[in-house]
Write a protein that binds this ligand. Structure first.
Ligand code: AMP
Length: 386
């Protein structure tokens, strides 16, 4: 019989060892849970915080066996895990969310097809696997669009913006991905996201929707709560609720939206795990997204999502470091008494790498975050040319 709830003292298996796993391990430790992190052999910020590490590649039979043996219940910190591994893990240990939900969110084609099947609003899209199909899709779209790889796309990687006037054959040849989707280009007034959690008893709780701003296609600032009409925030929560119910989902999910210039919400992406745009919850909410993931995955009642104060999260990317191995002067954050600095322990500050984040609390949080960002960037290394 499936065990539904796992008390403190149980071991949580985490597939992936990045910063999301690291922050999950910190919460787990606080709450008396043990953790085993399967890094896949990559540089793993979670290694310093977990109880056990597995470094095999994600398709390694011994890795699966050791992981399943050590973990009482398993979850993911990123979705690009081979489906066969997810299924092999799920056959031996309770995996939350389930392999189907994780694999669907990992593949844009399956993700968008799921949204269409559920009649959940998203950008118009076409599945494309040849230059002929791209030609048909571009003709039907008849306007600007974004071509995106089906798999392994994140932070704007594997994407090409199209005006609609290009030669499909040349575009397809240069894109060099076996499968892709062509999406209509959305004119939006804002990008929003919501963190939603569901536990095995079907209890659902949502953190307040937030507003996201990007820099070089990577999340830059998250503003909580989103500065949009209450009806829009409510709609975002309703759509996210339909998504987790349709998956019979257990765990936490980040749902990203475009708020179009006409005021309609369209789902852009779903992340079957904690999300960068939920980091402010660690300092600004009663329950952080990581504690909520643990509560959901361990079959516990969910925590309050109440936002206790306005918050702005600033991502600290590698370009804010004066040198690849030379840290910024953090006094710019510390001098702000209502800020919290989070660093992920990564050694080399490659320009686009997420090195940490800082949360600013209070009514003027956005201005303070912008000012800290400007001083960090002024002493960092510009990569706008990349
Ligand atoms: P994604 O990796 O799909 O989240 O895309 C990264 C960013 O590219 C998004 O946050 C948007 O700013 C932009 N973007 C992606 N798809 C579209 C679209 N269909 N229309 C307009 N902007 C888009």
């Amino acid at each position: 019989m499936t065990q539904h709830s796992f008390p403190p003292g149980s071991t949580i298996g985490i597939l992936g060892g990045g910063q999301l796993a690291r922050m999950l391990c910190m919460e787990a430790k606080r709450m008396g849970y043990r953790t085993v992190v399967w890094t896949g052999g990559l540089e793993a910020p979670a290694m310093a915080l977990c109880d056990e590490v597995i470094e095999h590649p994600f398709d390694h039979a011994e890795g699966i066996a050791r992981f399943a043996e050590m973990a009482d219940v398993a979850t993911v910190e990123f979705e690009n895990i081979p489906r066969t591994t997810l299924e092999a893990v799920a056959a031996r240990v309770t995996l939350r969310p389930g392999a189907h939900a994780i694999a669907t969110c990992a593949n844009r084609e399956q993700e968008k097809t799921f949204l269409r099947q559920q009649s959940i609003p998203c950008a118009p899209f076409w599945i494309v696997s040849s230059n002929e199909e791209l030609a048909i899709a571009m003709a039907e779209l008849a306007g600007p669009g974004v071509l995106k790889t089906s798999a392994f796309g994140y932070d704007g990687k594997g994407q090409k913006k199209l005006t609609g006037g290009e030669d499909p054959q040349q575009v397809w040849q240069e894109f060099s991905s076996p499968r892709a989707i062509l999406e209509g280009f959305i004119e939006f007034q804002a990008e929003l996201s919501v963190m939603i959690a569901r536990n095995p008893a079907g209890q659902i709780r949502c953190h307040d929707p937030v507003e996201n701003h990007h820099r070089h296609h990577i999340l830059d600032l998250t503003i909580a709560p989103a500065q949009v009409a209450p009806e829009i925030r409510q709609q975002a929560i309703e759509i996210a609720t339909r998504i987790v119910e349709a998956f019979d989902y257990v765990g936490i999910m980040g749902v990203e939206f475009f708020l179009t210039t006409e005021g309609t919400l369209l789902v852009n992406e779903m992340a079957p795990r904690p999300h960068n745009s939920g980091h402010h919850t660690m300092d600004a909410c009663v329950t952080s997204q990581f504690e909520q993931q643990l509560r959901a995955v361990c079959g516990q009642p969910l925590g309050s999502t109440q936002l206790m104060t306005t918050a702005v999260m600033l991502n600290l990317l590698g370009d804010m470091w004066p040198g690849v191995e030379q840290s910024p002067d953090w006094s710019v954050i510390f001098e702000d008494a209502s800020s919290a600095l989070h660093l992920y322990g990564k050694k080399r500050a490659i320009e686009r790498r997420k090195m940490g984040h800082a949360t600013f609390l209070g009514d003027d949080a956005k201005a303070r975050a912008e000012s800290a960002k400007a001083s960090l960037l002024a002493k960092g290394r510009d990569f706008s040319a990349l």
